[in-house]
Design a protein around this ligand. Structure first.
Ligand SMILES: Nc1ncnc2c1ncn2[C@@H]1O[C@H](COP(=O)(O)OP(=O)(O)OP(=O)(O)O)[C@@H](O)[C@H]1O
Ligand SMILES: [Mg+2]
Length: 340
């Protein structure tokens, strides 16, 4: 065993790294900026600052898409940059790694998380994999080693993962390609149609953070800047929460449908546990106002929005590293889920 152990949640929008005994040591945009095809000029939050502002010779990209590694080369390069940043050294020493991977992906996709670390130029000892819903539930403070079933819904940037856990394993899990990014795109689309205004991804995300509400009750508005579709000039306009609600509600209902499908397939004994303790919501998009109220209205279940929802996976990896009774939850490659 190496003396240091890190847990990594390779999120589509943000990467979170936790170090054994120290908690979360990095939480940055999972973005890389490359100039002239092969020169890395920025990583993480610094690269995100360049997003949508860079000249043609600089490419600013996200190497993780829909929860899986879409661009292995750039993700490897980014990981080394992040590890240098954390260690403060030119060459970080050897460390063990635990990586969280979605459950409902192919074995090849799961393997790529392992290969990414093994083949990168950071020195690694043991590399273990944990299924993300397990880390999520632990990070939410739940005890998953008992026979009491729990339901966790992680609403991230590119994905929503709905899972049922019991006895330290996953009973059911479904990954759908809907998360905060879809809401941002929908906001961009409606602003273009209703106000004839092009806005960027960053502006759309900021509008969402200020105005997105899962229920039509919020009455608020914000000023946004963009480019007029007709005359091409920079323009400002006021966007209302009603417009944002119109854009996003369809996607919130897609998430509700995924929750319903999993609830319908849940074994009855576990269903009764879920009626008792409710659904646990994690992931950055859990911060949408009124989401708990909408989910409660649609499922009739108690809804628990977790504290620091975007960090629960990394916090759970921390618990697996630190609590010896949980160590066995990390494995080289965990078995697949029981049913789907
Ligand atoms: N206050 C907020 N209101 C609404 N959405 C928010 C808020 N804060 C963050 N988000 C959204 O949460 C998402 C990021 O969440 P998270 O870090 O859990 O995703 P990720 O782990 O990178 O993605 P994935 O799990 O899909 O790979 C982004 O879409 C972001 O816009
Ligand atoms: Mg995530």
């Amino acid at each position: 065993m190496a003396s240091k152990t890190y847990g990594i949640d390779f999120g589509t929008s943000t990467i979170k790294i936790c170090r054994k005994g120290q908690g979360i040591v990095l939480n940055e945009r999972n973005v890389i900026a490359i100039a002239d095809r092969d020169r890395i000029i920025a990583s993480g939050d610094e690269a995100y600052e360049m997003y949508e502002k860079a000249p043609a010779n600089i490419k600013v990209t996200y190497p993780v898409r829909s929860g899986v590694i879409a661009d292995v080369g750039n993700m490897m390069a980014l990981l080394s940059q992040f590890m240098y940043k954390i260690s403060g050294l030119k060459k970080p020493g050897s460390a063990d790694y635990i990586v969280a991977t979605p459950t409902d992906i192919t074995e090849v996709e799961r393997r790529s998380f392992y290969d990414l670390i093994a083949s990168s130029n950071i020195k690694s000892g043991h590399i273990k994999i944990v299924e993300k819903p397990i880390a999520d539930a632990l990070g939410a403070g739940l005890d998953i080693m008992t026979a009491r079933g729990v339901m966790v819904v992680d609403i991230g940037a590119d994905t929503t993962e709905v899972s049922i856990l019991s006895l330290g394993g996953i009973v059911l899990s479904k990954l759908i390609p809907v998360g905060g990014n879809k809401l941002d795109e929908a906001i961009k689309g409606i602003v273009k149609r209703q106000y004839n205004l092009y806005i960027g991804d960053k502006t759309a995300e900021n509008v969402k953070k200020k105005l997105a509400c899962a229920l039509p009750s919020l009455k608020a508005s914000v000023k946004v800047y963009g480019r007029d579709v007709v005359n091409g000039l920079p323009t400002e306009t006021e966007i209302s929460s009603k417009t944002v609600y119109e854009a996003i509600s369809e996607y919130l209902y897609t998430i509700i449908d995924a929750i319903r499908i999993i609830l319908e397939r849940t074994p009855p004994e576990i269903s009764s546990d879920i009626i008792d303790s409710g659904i646990y919501i994690t992931g950055g998009s859990a911060r949408i106002f009124g989401l708990d109220e909408l989910l409660h209205k649609e499922t009739d279940l108690k809804i628990n929005i977790c504290e620091n929802p975007a960090e629960t996976v990394a916090l759970g990896l921390g618990r697996i590293m630190e609590e010896s009774r949980l160590n066995s939850l990390a494995d080289v490659l965990k078995p697949k889920m029981l049913t789907n």
